[in-house]
Design a protein around this ligand. Structure first.
Ligand code: GDP
Ligand code: MN
Length: 397
């Protein structure tokens, strides 16, 4: 589950990580109230107005702006709320902005220039360990840094038995070129950031930039937080942070029906039981000259109701030119699945306008094939993988 910047900062802050303070607003009036409140708390009259959408690069798209007085806060909030923000990470249509975060300005002048760093915590799948990744080149996107100056990206692997150790946090501060107060503040920042990552069951933290203020404080100016969905049951308070306006509507519907569904760009819809078979089926579709329109795992109980729900989801996608159903009858019996397909088809026949190929293999596969072949419906059956691929190829022609 991805979070908005302001939600990520709330979580960071709850674990003692220093963040740029802010208040979320949904109208220009609320934005002005928020700015007034921040001025009372922090003394600053300058604020940044930040669009809250699930996409980075907002600064580049005009979604992050500095306001030097309350009139500007109101004007900028009016401009950003309701806009379709286009950034390098959104589609051409952009993302509708429903709320803004009003933040204290933390780039104030002082003894030193403010400095921006990059920092993330994530799972390194090749070592099965959490990893801290950081760079003195903050503010810009890390892919560019990786391409142009890869030697300016540092990593710190964390041993799961000990968690992050203080010497590692000191190494981070050292590699970022810090000394004195800023060094100590960075050590604290890194230790609490890692603790927050672990305790919140996140799978990604990306803080870009981490800021060293002109008076040598260290704080998170931005936050990109992804919570591991499988751990959400342990965090009742995070569950409400889900903003379904930011998610693909079909994927939301699928989740509610208990199906795992990921929308893709291709032309062949697929319905499969088991994630491994789903991956293999997507390969099969490519082999047949098509492109998968989705990943859909109907799970272990492919009964009529689930099959119908799955049909409904796939048919919402107008790019779909054919549907391939590929089910292995291990726990579930193939004839029951076939019955499910036939029933679902009968219920929604008028909505189904694309050819359907069904491959059922495993327990009672023969009976299943007979059921499909004798149903009189425009459903083709296949037994072998190759046969299914050939049939997909034929209908795409
Ligand atoms: P992103 O563009 O979506 O990554 O949004 P960020 O939260 O990273 O903000 C983009 C940029 O806005 C930062 O890199 C800063 O340069 C700038 N910015 C953020 N907060 C402040 C602030 O308090 N004062 C000023 N002057 N600039 C800020
Ligand atoms: Mn950023």
């Amino acid at each position: 589950m991805n979070l908005h910047e302001y939600q990520g900062k709330e979580i960071l802050s709850s674990f003692g990580v220093n963040v740029q303070r802010g208040i979320v607003a949904t109208t220009p009036e609320e934005a002005v109230e928020a700015a007034k409140k921040l001025t009372e708390e922090t003394g600053t009259g300058w604020h940044v107005i930040k669009a809250q959408v699930h996409a980075g690069g907002r600064g580049k798209g005009g979604g992050v702006k500095l306001a030097k007085n309350l009139k500007e806060v109101e004007e900028i909030a009016k401009e950003i709320i309701g806009m379709d923000l286009v950034t390098p990470q959104t589609s051409k249509e952009g993302k509708r902005v429903h709320q803004v975060l009003i933040c204290e300005d933390v780039y104030y002048p002082g003894d030193n220039e403010p400095e921006e760093y990059y920092m993330s915590v994530l799972l390194n799948r090749s070592t099965s360990r959490n990893m801290l990744m950081y760079s003195p080149e903050g503010g810009m996107d890390i892919e560019t840094v990786a391409e142009e100056t890869p030697d300016l990206i540092f990593t710190e692997e964390i041993d799961p038995a000990t968690g992050i150790l203080p010497f590692q946090a000191r190494r981070v501060a050292f590699n970022l070129g810090l000394s004195g107060k800023a060094f100590k503040e960075m050590v604290k920042f890194v230790m609490s950031l890692y603790k927050a990552y672990e305790k919140s069951d996140s799978s990604l933290f990306e803080i870009n930039p981490v800021l060293k203020t002109s008076d040598d404080n260290i704080l998170a100016v931005d936050s990109k937080v992804t919570i591991d969905d499988s751990a959400l049951f342990r965090h009742k308070d995070y569950q409400d942070m889900r903003d379904i306006r930011e998610e693909d509507p079909t994927e939301v519907e699928a989740k509610e029906a208990g199906l795992s569904y990921v929308n893709l760009d291709g032309n062949v819809g697929c319905m499969v039981n088991g994630a491994g078979l789903a991956m293999a089926t997507m390969d099969l579709i490519k082999f047949a000259g098509g492109e998968p329109a989705n990943f859909l795992d109907v799970g272990g109980t492919a009964d009529a109701k689930r099959v119908e729900e799955a049909f409904r989801l796939i048919l919402k996608d107008e790019k779909v030119e054919a549907i391939l159903i590929n089910i292995f009858g291990g726990i579930v019996r193939c004839d029951r699945v076939a019955q499910g397909v036939v029933e679902a088809y009968k219920n929604m026949g008028d909505q189904i306008k694309v050819p359907i190929i069904v491959r059922l293999q495993g327990t009672n596969a023969e009976e299943a094939k007979e059921l499909i072949d004798n149903s009189g419906l425009a459903v083709e059956s296949a037994v072998l993988f190759k046969e299914a691929a050939d049939k997909v190829q034929a209908v795409l022609k």
